[in-house]
Design a protein around this ligand. Structure first.
Ligand code: SF4
Ligand SMILES: [Zn+2]
Length: 313
């Protein structure tokens, strides 16, 4: 069982970041809640690291040790928006929880809201324990519709505990219940193959987690294949307690989620090469996943020599 101290002790160095600049931004296509395929921007805000220390998380790498100054977050958003093309939807991802006041000071909400007034949708992320009246307060200042993404990770009770997320399934359900009660659209992040699971178990638990998230009231689920690179996960990889998931499993889970027709289900498509050992079909599979993400329909399967059951144990 890994605790905060043990997880932190496995880390390498943080990257050097500028508290006045986001550490990145991108624009990508996403299927919107209204069913249109539109450009969505993501600004990766630089701020103090998340107070939780989840076993699989590597987001601390681009954070500061101390809270950033008042006004830094609005400045970062303004800077990024000047570089970005005109878009209608924006994700503000801050390597933690937007409603952690040591990451994003509450006194900055007003300025942030005024910078976002021309958007249709704004999506932020939060740990369930930080979902409270602050979300409503921020929502009330915003002209665009606010969506909040919450990490469910897995509904496997033992693994969820081992992830050190400091959250129960009840915490997740309560936070989604709270958001939906007040008319805020919720999304869930779901892990594909957290540590301590075999490939087939990981498919089962990711599918169970999608079911649970939709039953709790989320409108959208994003399935994220787990990777190493944060120290603790590399240690588990070496010990054989963790293996990278296979791209075939991501396809299976995405097909399952879309087939439910309960809401949008996306596969995270960053770094997909990590999850395939086959050079012959990786591009086709990546395109298939992108296609399914955008169309929210199951598209024809790719046939390849890597499809043998052995490759998928
Ligand atoms: S709550 Fe989210 S950002 Fe914070 S450590 Fe866990 S996974 Fe990372
Ligand atoms: Zn192949």
């Amino acid at each position: 069982m890994f605790d905060d101290q043990c997880i932190v002790s496995q880390r390498g160095n943080k990257n050097s970041v500028d508290p006045q600049k986001p550490y990145g931004w991108i624009v990508e296509q996403e299927r919107t809640i209204k069913g249109k395929i539109e450009e969505t921007g993501i600004i990766f805000l630089t701020n103090r690291e998340c107070p939780f220390h989840c076993l699989m998380c590597d987001l601390w790498k681009n954070t500061t040790d101390e809270p950033v100054a008042l006004g830094a977050i609005p400045h970062q958003i303004e800077w990024a928006l000047e570089q970005m093309p005109e878009i209608k939807h924006l994700k503000l991802y801050n390597s933690g929880s937007f409603f952690d006041t040591k990451a994003v000071p509450e006194a900055d909400y007003k300025k942030i809201a005024s910078l976002l007034k021309n958007f249709e949708t704004v999506i932020v992320e939060s740990h369930p324990k930080l979902i409270n009246e602050r979300c409503l307060h921020f929502r009330d200042m915003l002209k665009p519709e606010l969506h909040i993404a919450v990490g469910l990770e897995t509904v496997h009770p033992e693994i969820l505990r081992k992830l050190n997320k400091q959250m129960t399934l009840e915490d997740f359900s309560n936070s989604i219940g709270y958001l939906t009660k007040y008319g805020i659209t919720a999304r869930a992040f779901i892990l594909l193959r957290p540590p301590f699971l075999s490939e087939s178990e990981s498919i089962y638990w990711a599918e169970q987690s999608i079911d649970f998230a939709f039953n709790a009231g989320v409108e959208c689920c994003t399935v994220i294949p787990v990777r190493a690179g944060n120290g603790a996960m590399d240690y588990l990889l070496e010990k054989g307690d963790f293996n990278l998931p296979d791209i075939h499993s991501l396809e299976t889970v995405l097909e399952y989620g879309i087939g439910l027709k309960k809401g949008r289900v996306f596969a995270d498509i960053w770094d997909l090469g990590l999850f395939s050992k086959c050079n012959k079909c990786i591009d086709q599979r990546t395109n298939r996943l992108i296609n399914m993400n955008l169309r929210q329909k199951i598209v024809s399967q790719i046939n390849c020599t890597c499809d043998s059951p052995k490759a998928n144990n």
